[in-house]
Design a protein around this ligand. Structure first.
Ligand SMILES: Cc1cc2nc3c(=O)[nH]c(=O)nc-3n(C[C@H](O)[C@H](O)[C@H](O)COP(=O)(O)OP(=O)(O)OC[C@H]3O[C@@H](n4cnc5c(N)ncnc54)[C@H](O)[C@@H]3O)c2cc1C
Length: 388
């Protein structure tokens, strides 16, 4: 046996996975005085948490997702201040290109209690806040509560901050088995007071029966980053009618059903990509855009060029941009299930959590906080900051 294989240890909480959900669990625990070990098979976070838009879309959520999102908002702001990374209280802009899209936004803005959260914007007001091509929009809306971060930097900064707070990270260490009191890894066994499994879409590799029973599969997304000349910067992330078809807040309106039918009839090519046409601009001025969606237990790795062509064509049609340079293309994968969240305790002390739609940046920190608060309140030994 090599020296690495006998390395072990113990902690009040062992977290499997250093994506945003695992980092959220570690943060919730270390703030409460618990000892924490985070184990990840990669050398640093490189999963869904760094491959996304960095759009923390709180105002588009409903129900439990909104509760987690509201909690998540405060934690992002606190972490950004303490760990020193970029988060802006940008809100979100939504462009309406036709009366069908406008009708969905008017419905949302007209709902009780929406006044502070969703505000209608004129086409001119929208064009003052994003580089939209003249004549492309007839109006839009602004969602006030949303945030934006740079996903390429946030996770690393949180890892550094949590390390300073005393969290131990074991990277390049794969977890091969979990129970409520023990984690088996490729570098030895760790005893644990509690275990949080936050491995996102790879839950089927660690707990295949649980993943199968809940119907958790993978959703693969094509994404790209552009450089371009544009007359002004984006004040906020920009969503379009395709986004309205996806998010919980708008999903059940009759106006949305009518819009879906119209968009699918007019653009079957984009509907086949399961497009969410949206844009986030990074602090360096480059633009993240996407995305397409393909769900399967194991989606293929090959990214169709037609998707990237569609992203660029749609961007040219909507945005007043020129000199487009494609800087990067990549595939992101997240967990997808029939419910919005996976929250299971298959045996005492073993917590398995994931966002099972593409809203983990918006809800993951709140989901983790909620899980830790519940488990610590149920465990007097942990509540006193005790050691496992
Ligand atoms: C392209 C794309 C765009 C998105 N856009 C947005 C957005 O704008 N807003 C939003 O809210 N959400 C968005 N999402 C969703 C969001 O990114 C995810 O929901 C979230 O990042 C999931 O976090 P996680 O911690 O569960 O998973 P991950 O970040 O994937 O982390 C899981 C970690 O577990 C580790 N792991 C897995 N198995 C093991 C094992 N056996 N042993 C050790 N380690 C293991 C992996 O190495 C990985 O580091 C997007 C996702 C994608 C892919």
């Amino acid at each position: 046996m090599t020296r690495d294989l006998v390395a072990s240890g113990s902690a009040d909480l062992v977290v499997v996975g250093s994506g945003i959900v695992g980092l959220g669990a570690a943060y919730a625990a270390v703030r409460r005085g618990l000892s924490v070990i985070v184990v990840d098979r990669t050398d640093r976070p490189v999963g869904a948490t760094i491959r996304n838009f960095g759009h923390i879309c709180i105002g588009t959520q409903m129900g439990r997702a909104r509760e987690f999102a509201d909690t998540t908002r405060g934690i992002w702001l606190q972490l950004a201040a303490d760990a020193g990374f970029w988060v802006r209280e940008s809100g979100t802009l939504i462009a309406a290109r036709n009366v069908g899209e406008l009708a969905v936004l008017e419905r949302a803005a007209g709902e009780a209690g929406a006044a502070d959260d969703v505000r209608m914007l004129s086409a001119q007001a929208l064009r003052e806040r994003a580089p939209l091509r003249e004549g492309t929009v007839i109006g839009g809306a602004f969602i006030a509560s949303d945030l934006q971060t740079n996903p390429r930097e946030a996770a690393d900064a949180i890892v550094r901050h949590l390390s300073d707070l005393g969290v131990e990270f074991r990277f390049r260490t794969a977890v091969t088995g979990v129970s409520g009191a023990r984690v088996e890894t490729t570098r030895g066994t760790i005893d644990a007071g509690r275990v949080v499994v936050a491995v996102g879409h790879d839950v089927d590799q660690l707990l295949p029966d649980l993943a199968e029973s809940l119907g958790v599969v993978r959703c693969a997304l094509d994404m790209m980053r552009l450089g371009a000349t544009m007359p002004r910067a984006f004040d906020a992330p920009l969503l379009t009618g395709w986004s309205l078809l996806r998010y919980g807040r708008f999903a059940d309106y009759p106006e949305t059903a009518a819009l879906r039918e119209r968009m699918h009839a007019e653009r079957p090519d984009l509907a086949a990509l399961d497009l969410n046409q949206m844009y986030t601009q990074l602090p360096d001025g480059t633009l993240i855009l996407g995305d397409s969606h393909a769900k399967a237990v194991q989606p293929g790795p090959f990214q169709p060029e037609s998707a990237f062509g569609a992203f660029v064509d749609e961007a040219r049609a909507l945005l007043d941009i020129d000199d487009i340079r494609v800087i990067e293309r990549w595939q992101g994968v997240y967990a997808s299930g029939s419910d919005e969240f996976l929250i299971e305790e298959p045996e005492p002390g073993l917590h398995v959590i994931a966002a099972t739609t593409g809203i983990g940046m918006t809800t993951g920190l709140g989901l983790a906080e909620h899980t830790l608060r519940n488990t610590i309140e149920r465990t007097p030994q942990l509540a006193q900051g005790g050691t496992a």
